[in-house]
Design a protein around this ligand. Structure first.
Ligand code: FAD
Ligand code: SF4
Length: 508
């Protein structure tokens, strides 16, 4: 009997565990575009188009490699529009009763697949440098999990930027030289663009017809949809942007959404690029003298450090993680996140580029969109739904720990030791947003005061019991306590007014 080899939309890797376990002479690969996956949150149209087009191209390459592929297009009339439904339909069609599948990164789909009345052989997703079991062993017995320690283990394990068991350059981390503000630069190379072939054009039309009500512009569509294209994107980054990656990593410019970022997260997450090859190419750029150590180390840390860390962390936490709300935040997500008017230039700019490109870089996600949601006390589940919907690279295993843990502190500090919240001064230092804003970043109270300022102090005050004991936050509270009582009241009054406006659904 043939077996069904399930290949999901983020499993587009020829040596995927399930494909390695299958036999092209006997088995049938099942791939399905389904409405259930496109709509469980309102995914950005570019994200849906990228996944569908990359799936179609990958199916083509599997067929060329000798596989029989049962591929369901979204507009096939017989399509059941759910992955379990399509598996059952294909099982009946091919007389199969066994499915080989690589474990998906989201709990929702795992649970749905486990309900399918077929024999299901789960295989671990081994496209990561650290397996779930290895991470669990590393985490065992530790009082707290911290990325920096995990990262050093990964450097030792991979040998990346290591010489004689020691970190190249004499330090593990070169961030002291990184993270500077940036100035607009007409000569900064733009990201690569990719010609759209007939498959992608057909997908764009389909997405336009089916998902017109989802937030986000579909065109122009500038993402690669094949491994070859993803490699071109990587080459472009290594040649043009990597040298400035470290210095510009945390900078934000209203007129330049991409700065010197890699724009490769969707390719890594869908399986078109592998983490080790990406890091080895960056390391080679350092040895060739085309990129400095602080840029290359910083870049490699994001991938073998943060990316692997959140993946191991996610597997360890289990599905209850999605319900966590340690700070008891309950507010609705402000309409500005879906493009409604706001006077805040930073939030308006980040949401606009998210709408246009399905992209914002890490600091925009963390210190503008995430920071504001945390300060405004938005329910973390609503914040999670937003991030999962709007970003091109958003898959639950990587999005949820970043959003709920790093950005919203909803897990009470399991992922990060303290909340990533800041007043307007941080945004002003790292960006050019404030110059074009209706608010004044230097003011803390009154109708013209930057909302981040008043809300920051409101957040610290309302969560004082939780944070005052933290060594690095105690100094902040000390500074607050030294302010004149009247100042503190005026700031908290301003925050109260802002929160009341937000609660009433009014723009701020
Ligand atoms: P670069 O800045 O060029 O970094 C290089 C690579 O490092 C990225 O491609 C990515 O693979 C990896 N990386 C960097 N930081 C992280 C991180 N914190 N976690 C995991 N990988 C990291 N990343 C996603 O891939 N999917 C998400 O859904 C996602 N949601 C996020 C939500 C929030 C609230 C925050 C704060 C961050 C989120 N990130 C997510 C992490 C990060 O913002 C993106 O990986 C990055 O912006 C992708 O753009 P890039 O390829 O240009 O990255
Ligand atoms: Fe954002 Fe405040 Fe600056 Fe306006 S003043 S751009 S709201 S940080």
């Amino acid at each position: 009997k043939p077996r069904l080899i399930l290949v999901l939309g983020d499993q587009l890797t020829p040596d995927l565990a399930a494909l390695r376990a299958g036999d092209p002479a006997r088995d049938v690969v099942v791939m399905a575009e389904v409405m259930a996956e496109g709509t469980y949150v309102p995914h950005h149209p570019q994200k849906i188009a990228l996944i569908l087009s990359a799936m179609r191209h990958f199916a083509g390459s599997l067929r060329e490699g000798g596989w029989q592929v049962a591929y369901s297009r979204l507009d096939d009339p017989e399509n059941c529009q759910s992955i379990p439904g399509e598996l059952l339909r294909r099982a009946a069609e091919f007389g199969a009763d066994q499915v080989i599948a690589t474990r998906p990164g989201d709990w929702r789909l795992r649970a749905a697949l486990e309900g399918v009345p077929l024999r299901l052989d789960w295989l671990a997703d081994d496209r990561f440098l650290c397996s779930e079991a290895e991470f669990a062993t590393w985490a065992q017995g530790r009082k707290e999990l911290r990325m920096e320690w995990f990262y050093r283990e990964m450097r030792r394990k991979t040998g990346l930027l290591m010489a004689d068991g020691k970190p190249v350059g004499g330090r593990w981390n070169f961030d002291a030289e990184n993270r500077r503000p940036a100035a607009p630069d007409l000569f900064r190379p733009a990201p690569p663009r990719f010609a759209l072939d007939a498959d992608t054009l057909a997908v764009l039309d389909l997405v336009e017809a089916r998902f017109a009500d989802h937030f986000g512009r579909l065109r122009p569509f500038d993402w690669a949809v094949t491994r070859e294209g993803a490699l071109q994107a990587l080459d472009h980054f290594l040649a043009h942007a990597l040298p400035r990656f470290g210095a510009e990593q945390d900078a934000m410019l209203a007129g330049d959404p991409f700065l010197s970022h890699a724009l490769i997260s969707p390719y890594l997450n869908l399986g078109l690029l592998a983490p080790l090859e990406v890091c080895q190419r960056a390391e080679a750029a350092f040895h060739a003298g085309t990129a400095p150590i602080e840029a290359v180390e910083g870049f490699i840390r994001q991938i073998i450090g943060w990316r692997e860390y959140v993946r191991g962390f996610w597997a360890l936490m289990g599905h209850d993680y999605l319900q966590m709300n340690h700070l008891g935040h309950k507010a609705a997500l402000p309409a500005a996140y879906w493009g409604a008017d706001t006077r805040m230039a930073c939030l308006r700019s980040v949401v606009a580029q998210t709408r246009d490109h399905a992209y914002a870089h890490h600091i925009q996600r963390l210190m503008v969109a995430g920071n504001f949601a945390a300060l405004a006390g938005v329910n973390p589940a609503a914040v999670h739904d937003w991030y999962l919907s709007v970003y091109i690279d958003a898959l639950e295993w990587v999005e949820a720990p970043n959003t709920l843990g790093m950005s919203q502190f909803a897990d009470g500090g399991r992922l990060a030791s303290k909340p990533y919240v800041a007043s307007g001064a941080y945004i002003d230092r790292m960006s050019d947003y404030c110059g074009g804003c209706a608010y004044r970043v230097a003011e803390r109270a009154g109708p013209m005061a930057c909302p981040f300022n008043a809300l920051y102090w409101h957040y610290l005050t309302r969560h004082r019991g939780r944070f005052a004991g933290h060594p690095r936050m105690a100094v902040i509270y000390k500074g607050w306590d030294k302010r004149p009582e009247a100042d503190r009241q005026a700031i908290l009054q301003t925050a109260g007014d802002l929160l009341a406006r937000l609660a009433a659904g009014q723009p701020v």
